[in-house]
Design a binder for this molecule. Structure first.
Ligand code: PSU
Ligand code: MN
Length: 309
């Protein structure tokens, strides 16, 4: 028997623990999107709706965060409310931050990278969110490349998202993923979606038309010990998509404002999301919420299919 030292750091809600032990479908959800990605109280409302969407589609939701130094797999209502209300005051936690937040008994909202790590420790292999981090525009000079990309190449958790937002350099992000051996899958599309818009113009590596097809490729990957996750991209539903030219203009203005204010590093993504929401009078936030719900549904379907294989 191997002793799993990581277990001493984990608090898994009983419902989720039972589901893990019984091999039932589970979908992990991140918490940076709650604290840093959306304003209160919409963030808390959305987090609950996303959990319900996972349930309605046959899987158990596991929202992940670090609270009081404990790796939480599943949050109760008070914990969700606390994270949502605290917003930017909570530390945005990626891979590098986890040991320090844990050893100091502090709180952390987990990014895609950190959520993947904690999911894997708990034994969960699928995770739904809105968008991932990537190579930032001008990243060839700033070297601002999200730790999410490296995580996808190492950690055995696949991520369902709405593609890559054009606050990032989409082309370079895809090149990086290719180098790191991360497959980019398009759900019922040949094109990598661009978050608010249904297409970035870049092609996906593989198109899959059903949840079952995606589950089969993930099973093959994990069975063969090909470490790392796949990036499963799911375009925002047509009726909620924003006009690509309009949103591009707003993003460019937001990036200019960010540079003017000297905002860099981990503060860039939260700043840009908030600025874009402000400039679109909440339209981008509505789209963001709709696409996360859409991803939660697909993730639950894939999780259910994986359990049948
Ligand atoms: N993209 C979104 N909403 C978000 C994020 C990205 O549309 O909330 C968050 C995720 O938690 C992601 C993180 O892991 O931002 C990436 O931050 P950075 O670029 O600093 O790595
Ligand atoms: Mn960064």
């Amino acid at each position: 028997m191997t002793i799993n030292l990581s277990e001493q750091y984990l608090d898994i809600l009983p419902e989720i623990k039972t589901a893990i032990d019984q091999g039932k479908p589970i979908v992990a959800l991140e918490s940076t999107i709650i604290s840093h990605g959306m304003p209160y109280p919409k963030n808390v409302e959305t987090a609950k709706e996303v959990e319900q969407m996972v349930r309605d589609n046959g899987a158990i939701p596991a929202t992940i965060a670090i609270l009081g130094g404990r790796l939480k797999v599943g949050l109760n209502d008070q914990e969700l409310e606390y994270l949502g209300k605290s917003g930017l005051k909570v530390t945005k936690a990626s891979r590098r931050d986890i040991p320090f937040i844990v050893s100091r008994g502090e709180d952390g909202a987990t990014t895609v990278a950190a959520t993947m790590i904690i999911s894997e420790l708990a034994g969960i292999s699928l995770f739904a969110t809105g968008g991932i981090g990537g190579v930032h525009r001008d990243g060839e000079n700033s070297m601002d490349v999200s730790a999410d990309l490296n995580e996808l190449s190492n950690t055995n958790v696949s991520v369902i998202c709405a593609g890559i937002k054009s606050i990032l350099d989409i082309g370079r992000t895809l090149e990086y993923l290719e180098t790191m051996g991360v497959p980019v899958v398009g759900y019922q599309t040949d094109h990598v979606p661009a978050f608010y818009a249904r297409s970035s113009g870049y092609g996906v590596d593989y198109r899959a038309n059903s949840a079952n097809e995606i589950a089969a490729s993930l099973k093959a990957k994990y069975d063969m010990g090909l470490n790392g996750g796949a990036l499963i991209t799911n375009p925002v539903p047509e009726k909620f998509a924003l006009d690509p030219n309009d949103i591009e203009k707003t993003i460019n203005e937001a990036i200019q404002e960010m540079n003017k204010r000297g905002i860099t590093g981990k503060d860039t993504t939260p700043f840009l999301l908030a600025r874009i929401a402000e400039q679109t009078k909440g339209e981008s936030l509505d789209t963001n919420i709709k696409l996360v719900l859409n991803n939660a549904k697909l993730a639950a379907e894939i999780a259910a299919e994986l359990c049948k294989l």
